[in-house]
Design a protein around this ligand. Structure first.
Ligand code: SIN
Length: 459
């Protein structure tokens, strides 16, 4: 009997479905198929590839509600957020349907009279992706759409916690008319998929969104065949509120940043630095707004905070809360969790955070906001940068001078100035330092799927 992956609803602990756990041999067959299909697909006219993406987008729109429900059931995020994720995923498909037609080369003025120099771009080949459970379809869309727009064939291993929405999403690509070998999924263990992808000399590119630890091991594996890689890894985002900030706006945007997907995104604000002059006012308003967020099963329309994905996620967040409390943090709201049925943790705001607390040093991936005060902007920038991560950072100030100082001083790839929701298909999303390499989204997001050739011709 073949092994199975059991998919659970994190809001109830109940089984939703089972999918076959594929072996390394199964994955190798799919890589072979992607390799064979690439020989034909790379020659498909970019306008035809664009039309296929447009048809896929249309089908995603038609199945929005069904996919959103699947996301909420297997991931736990509130239905409104799941609908938002379907729109977000679709926006990548739409964006790269256009970019497929804009893969330009160039000519270079030669240094010899009888020479002509031409730069051309071509698809890199078979792309293998590993995608996370926190955005089961959006993180896949921002890899799949530019890959096929460029003319690559695409193989993805969705997270074992959330394969159902990902499978549905890719089935729609086939329904839209992509050949079977152009987009495929494998439902396997991360270890088997990682090994099969990195060891194969037919896979030309690995693209991964997930933890820094797993990213490092994939990078090591990819080194043996010198594969092209894109890595979107962990974050530990600081959120700085300066003394002249519009406090109401900062609270509203900080709520959006902190509690999206119950704090389970790589770009969620993880540590707050608030100027001492406004710290009490900000903390009180932020705690009051956090308290109003209803926690529960994401299928209920008015729920804003769903469960943690699993027991490990729950235990980690509770460890961060308990450690902060033991080290003198004051809980303004929340602080309690329950794993009797599902893995729920109240939206939590902690003041008096210090540098020694685990939560100020590690990614939490949960609905907890620790607040520390600062007196000078230099101090805030230094603390914000004191991490091996460099994905997202947020800052709130009405002053253009201080804003530019923060914008230039913060070592992060995605910055939100008076904005807690910077993500969009048209921006180049990605991190510095151990948060990864490469960018996804925007015109930059198709480049990693293209090879550049220079042809120098004597005429
Ligand atoms: C992530 O959590 O990795 C990405 C979130 C986003 O695209 O905004």
């Amino acid at each position: 009997m073949s092994e199975e992956i059991i998919v659970l609803n994190p809001a109830t602990g109940q089984e939703i479905d089972r999918v076959k756990k594929e072996s390394k041999a199964d994955i190798d067959k799919k890589i072979e198929k992607a390799h064979e299909t690439f020989k034909k697909f790379k020659k498909k006219n970019p306008h035809d590839r664009s039309a296929l993406l447009t048809e896929w987008s249309k089908l995603i729109g038609e199945h929005k509600e069904e996919i959103a429900e699947l996301i909420t059931k297997e991931n736990g995020k509130p239905l409104q957020e799941s609908r938002g994720e379907v729109d977000y995923a679709r926006s990548y498909v739409d964006y790269y349907a256009e970019e497929a037609k804009r893969v330009y080369g160039r000519t270079i003025p030669p240094h010899e009279d009888d020479v002509r120099m031409v730069v051309t771009k071509q698809p890199i080949g078979v792309v293998a992706a590993i995608t996370p459970w926190n955005f089961p379809i959006a993180m896949m869309a921002r890899k799949a759409a530019p890959a096929v727009a460029a003319g690559c064939t695409f193989l993805v291993k969705p997270a074992s916690a959330t394969p159902l929405s990902a499978m549905k999403f890719l089935d729609l690509a086939l329904e839209a008319g992509f050949d079977e070998g152009v987009v495929q999924y494998v439902t396997a263990s991360g270890k088997d998929a990682g090994e099969a992808f990195t060891e194969s000399d037919k896979v030309m590119k690995i693209t991964f969104t997930g933890s820094t630890a797993v990213g490092k091991s994939l990078m090591e594996g990819a080194a043996s065949t010198v594969k092209n890689i894109t890595m979107e890894l962990g974050g530990h985002a600081p959120l700085v509120v300066h003394k002249d900030a519009d406090i109401d706006m900062a609270v509203e945007q900080a709520i959006a940043s902190k509690f999206r997907n119950s704090g389970q995104t790589c770009v969620c604000a993880n540590r707050f630095y608030v100027h001492e002059d406004i710290a009490d006012a900000f903390s009180k308003k932020f705690a009051d707004a956090s308290k109003k967020l209803k926690m529960g099963n994401g299928l209920d329309e008015d729920v804003a905070i769903g469960p943690m994905i699993n027991e490990d996620g729950y235990d980690k967040v509770m460890r961060h809360i308990n450690d902060a409390e033991e080290k003198g943090g004051k809980i303004l709201t929340g602080g309690k969790g329950s794993k009797d049925e599902g893995y729920f943790i109240e939206p939590t705001v902690i003041t008096g955070a210090t540098d020694e607390m685990v939560i100020m040093n590690e990614e939490t991936f949960g609905p907890v906001a620790p607040i520390q005060t600062f007196s000078t902007l230099d101090e805030a920038i230094e603390k914000a940068n004191d991490t091996e991560y460099g994905l997202a950072a947020y800052f709130f100030t009405e002053s253009y001078r201080d804003g530019i100082k923060l914008q230039e001083g913060l070592d992060f790839g995605v910055l939100g100035w008076n904005n807690g929701k910077p993500s969009a298909a048209q921006i180049p999303f990605g991190g510095l330092k151990e948060s990864g390499m490469g960018r996804e989204g925007g015109p930059e997001g198709i480049e990693p799927y293209l090879e550049t050739k220079i042809t120098s011709m004597r005429v």
